[in-house]
Design a protein around this ligand. Sequence first.
Ligand code: ADP
Ligand code: ZN
Length: 213
Amino acid sequence: MNILLFGAPGSGKGTQSALLVEKLGYLHISSGDLFRTAIKNQTPLGLKAKSFMDRGELVPDDITIDLIKEVLLKKIGQKFILDGFPRTTVQADALEVLLRDLKTSLNKAIFLEVPKEHLKKRLVGRRVCKNCGATYHMDGHPPKKAGICDICQGEVVQRADDKEDVIENRLTVYETNTAPLKNYYAGKGLLKPLNGLGNQDEIFSRIVEELKS
Ligand code: ADP
Ligand code: ZN
């Protein structure tokens, strides 16, 4: 079973992906994480992606598609979750072709539904470990020691694109470019909308139920 987990920025895709990896052994393919690693390592791809990401814009489709292609070619054979890709219908079409060439397909497109007023709050309060990528939230789930990761003692920081003005832009970009994927996957009979409100274990249970059905 290969799944696409999608939803607005702040809908919990990353958190739920981490649970799917830990508890069900999925391979996690996150375009955002791949770009952030490329930026950290100062690769040519990272240098190209950085200015778009810092502004909350999408990285151009051709760059993004090449990146995912490279990863999928290497990892084929394991059941995977796609998180953050596709984000446009051009990317979705490219994915379809790519998976067909690899003789595989997406089985479900799980959409995490979270009303807009919650998204901003979640994003503004989000903090991440620079070292291991663990996520925290200032209300509800802060690191035990301020600024230090519970898991690896790494530094816990705010992502550059989680600053308030950039968040606004990301939400607009999402509405314009990514929200139409709901119709795209509904048309293919793959769309599985799930309530994305609640604590992370509740949401995870909903996903597990959906995967069983
Ligand atoms: P979030 O879902 O919280 O916005 P991500 O880590 O998925 O965070 O993405 C962060 C940024 O990386 C996006 O705002 C965008 O600039 C870039 N990005 C990630 N995935 C894609 C994609 N599929 N197409 C274009 N840009 C992308
Ligand atoms: Zn950590």
